[in-house]
Design a protein around this ligand. Sequence first.
Ligand code: C5P
Length: 406
Amino acid sequence: MLAGKRIVLGVTGGIAAYKAVEVSRRLVDAGAHVVPVMTAGAEHFIGRTTLSALASEPVQTSLWDEASPIPHTRLGQGADLILVAPATARLLAAYAAGLSTDLLTNVLLATRAPVVVCPAMHTEMWEHPAVQANIATLRARGVHIVEPESGRLAGGDVGAGRLAAPEHIVAAVDAVLGGAGELAGLHVVVSAGGTREPIDAVRVIANRSSGKQGYAVAAEAAARGARVTLVSTVELPVPTGCTVVPVETAAQMQAAMEATAPGADVVVMSAAVADFRPVAAAEGKIKKDQGIPQIVLESTPDILAGLGAAKPAGQVLVGFAAETGDLVANATGKLERKRLDLIVANDVSAPGVGFQHDTNAVTLLRAGAPGEPAAATTVALTDKRSIARAVLDAVVEIRRGQTPPA
Ligand code: C5P
């Protein structure tokens, strides 16, 4: 869907500006017409000549240096999409506040075309509440955010904030323009977060799951063109293209999964479901002066095992396994018992891995042919979006290997 599209590529002043050249080249190679706009800051990092040479037109930098007195309206109205890569904290703030101080911010305010913004900055800046509030504002207005990745940053330190890889940025642009992503036309159901099982009117049995990994899977599936249903116990920003079904308990999650999974092409059960729940929640709040309560527990249903037993032909079913012991042996047992196509196993006792972290390290185990061992791939410590990509790459491969249902 990139061929023939007019894309304004805004480049702001971060060290990642050099990667915008590669983004531009890839868009032009795919047939897009790239109109480059640089901010004054960007000119400290790359030369106009470089970007002009690899875009479709010479770079523009100012509201005042061309024949037309209103270049921003001409650029903004004529674009099929505006892409900002990299986007600095300043650009995010100006755009969120509607502050039009230079050509790029003017173009962003003068357009009705879809906008894709790719932030890149140091981890401390990216995590600053002001930056996150601006991201939330832009998202709420329908701006597509291609989240930064984790990795080595300009100062040599490692963390979240590195500009997303050029191929991921181009894929996101393609998906926004309605391009047939790898998962286009498919329905993907993802569960996320930990369930909460009521003890009384105010207390619950909960777990440490943040839901971040499930949201990353949902966001990546949507970016690849899928229709995504996200069955969630947590309130995180809803990724573009996902529909959230809010739930709290294992029973509610089971009902939501059983309602949506049968028609789905891919089901990813990344939620941390409680294994035990109080047999009955006390009415009202249990009072301290009533003595120490005896809370009797019962097992919750294994939702994933139920989905495995009822799995329709052609569906790819993915489970997660948070382990502290023999990772591969335990996860392989679950892969087989729950009749999964893929299990994503993580050793939650390792530093930076699993619950509540922004990073994860996993072993992907794929069901082998009958009588054959599961095939294992490891993904070293990285951000949860990159883990999501590895999971969905494996899903795509599994689908390719499946014989289509008769
Ligand atoms: O057996 P274990 O709880 O380790 O399996 C983890 C996988 O099973 C996860 O994908 C989790 O979402 C799912 N699960 C479930 N229902 C339960 C417990 C776990 O669907 N009651």
